[in-house]
Unconditional design. Structure first.
Length: 247
């Protein structure tokens, strides 16, 4: 199988050349695309019974993409926005391949025809206090993941930080002695947020000794959590809270 047919070289060109050098997309968008393919490619390899390094472009069929998206929603409790973000990355790759490889134009069109799901506009744009309490009570704090989830949810509630902002907080930004944290927002703007004593206590539990540049919140594999990972944490615990304390 030549390089033009193999999936790997196309993904590499797309991630390292196209979205970085050619389009200069925002770092969060680049990371979101990488996250999507880190999830999609093993899924396709398992479904097709092929090693990852032998996957062909056409192995990512429209049917498998739909199965992948359904799996994200059903097994990983991803909401419609997260599902659509994954699809956007896949469609962007398909467009890139189709524009550079005539033999893949038909395949590109099939993938790009997969529709996004419509999201319903939220009726209530904020959570009431009982809903916040139910959300914070959802994580199982007897487990490391549950303690991380609780600390993250409490941090978001305390600071009002966006998911992307929370994902970029480093240990050096956190000052437990003065109960404050430095948060970097859009356009490089910075702000200092006071932390509640409860938040400080919870963060002290999950923070281990590490380099100042280490992210404050890690995923269950010990790697930096992404904004999409934070969305997943919120969605997972919201579903659990709804099941435990339906309002």
């Amino acid at each position: 199988m030549n390089d033009e047919a193999l999936l790997g070289p196309w993904v590499r060109r797309f991630l390292l050349e196209h979205i970085v050098a050619e389009r200069n997309l925002a770092h969060n968008t680049q990371q979101g695309y990488r996250d999507a393919f880190c999830q999609l490619i093993p899924f396709v390899a398992k479904q097709s019974g092929k090693p990852i390094d032998r996957l062909a472009v056409v192995d990512i069929s429209g049917e498998l993409v739909r199965l992948f998206l359904a799996d994200r929603e059903a097994s990983h409790h991803c909401g419609i926005p997260t599902r659509n973000q994954r699809l956007a990355a896949i469609r962007a790759l398909a467009r890139f391949v189709g524009e550079h490889s005539p033999i893949h134009i038909e395949w590109s069109g099939q993938i790009r025809s997969i529709p996004f799901k419509k999201t319903m506009q939220a009726v209530v744009p904020y959570l009431e206090k009982p809903e916040i309490d139910a959300l914070l009570a959802a994580p199982n704090r007897a487990t490391p993941q549950g303690r991380r989830d609780y600390a993250l949810l409490l941090f978001l509630y305390n600071t009002g930080a966006r998911a992307s902002e929370a994902a970029h907080v480093r240990l050096a930004d956190l000052d437990l002695c003065t109960a404050s944290v430095k948060i970097r927002g859009k356009g490089g703007k910075q702000r200092f947020c006071p932390l509640w004593s409860t938040t400080v206590s919870e963060l002290a539990i999950i923070v281990e000794r590490g380099e100042p540049s280490r992210p404050l919140f890690l995923n269950r594999c010990g790697r930096p959590i992404t904004r999409f990972g934070i969305h997943t944490v919120v969605e997972r615990n919201a579903l659990k809270a709804q099941a435990q304390s339906p309002l």
